[in-house]
Design a protein around this ligand. Sequence first.
Ligand code: SF4
Length: 335
Amino acid sequence: MPSSELTPAASSEDVQQTTKLESHLVLSPERVSTYEICPRRFAWTDAYTQPFLAPMFALRTALDRGLTTDHAEPERIAENTVLELARSPGLDLIGNVYSLAMHYAKLAGILTALLRTGTEPWTHIPDAELTDGSLWRSGCYHVTGATLPVRIALVDRWTDDRRRGELGGWRTIGEVCALNSPITLTAINIGPAIHQRRHSAFTRCYRHPRNRTFRFARRHSEEDFSRTWAKLWREDCDLRTREWLDKMHEDGCMDDLVAHVTVPVPQRRAAYLLELERMVRDIRGLPEVPEMRLSGCFGLSPCPFTAVCPGIDPTRWGFRLRSVQPHKHPPTISQ
Ligand code: SF4
């Protein structure tokens, strides 16, 4: 999902970029994946701003800002980004929206603190020109001290199936082919979404009933803590982030929650690039209202247009037509 929901109005820079894009279509991991699962979702995501943002979109945007800011407190930048988006345009959450927004703000903050170990901000990789002249807007980062571009994937479970899906999908294949470079894929398990909150050690801990120490997992057993231990959300807990992360390390949580995979450039790179070229041609030929694909409604993430389909007019559901197409650097963290 592009970050242009955050773009309030067309600037002269936008207009210049629009002219450029008329000749150079911009592909990105997010755009290619969205097109693949549903061409209508792709076209409408480009064409309309949303009345409310998905919490995962806010989380990815906030993490991107936390990673790339040169502010002395990147964690705070990430947290504030979620809260700003919750204020305007608002998040697609029901119930105690402030509490839920704080949940995602704290999650964005702790992920930023986990990843930003150095003082240097991470930087986006420059656009790469593909064989047909279209541009690949990478979702990878250049990280000081790292030899390869880094791609971050936020996942609800890092299973064998998910691993195969990530390594074999356009989000990864597109990157290594377009950049013509191996990359490091860092998958972070943020836990499943249950009742609008993410459940993992990044968001929740256990507190001992008497000595009030905090724990995340038993070190010598697979058993859960007894019911006398209180479950606490991070947003309701005054433990500092660094202390929280250290205790996660001590309890051995990180092996299950963070995975790094080096992904090489495939031998059939040229064939993949031809497929991207074909996709560009198909995208250029899309009608105003492309076909529906029901497998895309909840495939990548919940589609924001589920209330609209099978209708064809998103404006009746609070979506607004953009004055220009989105061109800002998209949030680069995939779900
Ligand atoms: S709701 Fe389903 S069919 Fe409609 S645009 Fe979204 S993914 Fe496509």
